[in-house]
Ligand binder design. Structure first.
Ligand code: KG4
Ligand code: ZN
Length: 334
């Protein structure tokens, strides 16, 4: 089954053709990063406009690269939630129009389910159930993937997402948007134990995260240094901040794995491109005899192949949408 999928939930417009959820025939992404970088973050109105400009050309390109005509497409899939509402609406309306015009079924896909499904084409032997850490710019979840379309959230962030903490800290350090990759790079030259930043815990919860206190601790450290005229080493700040985030994500994820007796662990979302996080979890899994699956770096960030992959399983579970499909800024993964 060939699915033509679209993604436009934030600052990447993407189209892809995926066969049977596991084979990526094409995946094209138009990034808006260069535009949003001028403002230090995503400007929703600009994002929507750029999606409108890009989506039709990307659709043509995805079909061309897949060596496919629309006659060979069996269904259309699209991210309908969560994300920036104006941005999501562009993908949803384009997908709807195409589905209606061609008489094709329409499959709505949750963005975070898509991030998890990014692992399926890369790892043919991977199948649920497994425990997944989903860390992106907007979400940080520990999720038990019961089967392809049933999810139980064990932990989540109570405030900032991990990616948001990376981006805000990077901004304070004067690094360009999006900050995660800049911090990752700077941290390689720094000492992760130079500054002890807090690892906040959430009262009464084993697996929930709180990153906003950590971000504030970095800001306070920078303001204090500025006030007393102290020169800071950006690389040390980046490495020490990153070390705290990696400690928190890996600690909660591994204790959830322990307590739920989960032996297959999976990473998903833009933040899992982080080299220190991948190394740490890889090492801990090797020590505890767990099997770990990570998406290749090329598919950690937003793309439409992950939407096409998840769409196949949504289709098998009977998920369909029609002309009244709407976009939603917030919808639970479960
Ligand atoms: O999943 P994603 O592409 O978009 C959302 O769904 O939000 O995640 C984007 C987030 C951004 O916050 C970005 O800074 C972060 O992923 N990110 C990283 C790295 N690469 C991207 N964070 C830490 N280290 C990285 N190497
Ligand atoms: Zn994403």
């Amino acid at each position: 089954m060939n699915i033509l999928a679209f993604e436009s939930s934030c600052d990447e417009t993407a189209a892809s053709v995926v066969r049977d959820g596991r084979e990526i025939l094409s995946s094209v992404v138009a990034s808006q990063i260069a535009t949003h970088r001028l403002y230090g973050g995503v400007v929703p109105e600009i994002a929507s406009r750029q999606h409108v400009e890009a989506i039709s050309g990307l659709c043509t390109e995805a079909l061309k690269q897949a060596n496919c005509s629309l006659e060979q497409i069996d269904a259309i899939a699209v991210t309908y939630a969560p994300g920036l509402i104006g941005a999501l609406l562009v993908g949803v309306n384009f997908a709807k129009g195409l589905a209606i015009a061609r008489g094709l079924p329409l499959i709505p896909v949750h963005h975070l389910r898509g991030h998890i499904a990014a692992n399926y084409p890369a790892h043919p032997d991977l199948a649920p159930p497994f425990l997944c850490l989903v860390a992106s710019g907007g979400h940080s979840h520990i999720v038990r993937v019961e089967d392809y379309t049933h999810f139980t959230v064990l932990g989540r962030t109570r405030d900032d997402a991990a990616g948001e903490a990376f981006d805000k800290t990077a901004r304070a350090l004067g690094f360009p948007y999006p900050g995660g990759i800049a911090i990752d790079k700077a941290a390689k030259q720094g000492n992760p134990n130079a500054i002890h930043f807090p690892r906040p815990k959430v009262d009464g919860s084993l697996y929930d995260f709180s990153f906003s206190g950590l971000k504030t601790a970095v800001l306070n450290y920078l303001h204090h240094a500025e006030q007393v005229g102290e020169t800071i080493c950006k690389e040390d700040v980046a490495a020490s901040f990153q070390n705290a985030v990696v400690d928190m994500l890996s600690h909660h994820f591994l204790s959830a794995a322990n307590n739920t007796d989960s032996h297959v662990l999976v990473l998903a979302g833009g933040v899992v491109a982080n080299s220190a996080l991948r190394e740490r979890i890889e090492k801990e899994c090797a020590q505890s005899g767990r099997t770990l699956y990570m998406p290749p770096l090329s598919i950690c960030g937003d793309n439409a192949a992950m939407i096409g992959a998840q769409a196949f399983y949504e289709w098998e579970a009977g998920t369909r949408a029609d002309a009244d499909l709407n976009a939603f800024a917030n919808v639970e993964i479960g």
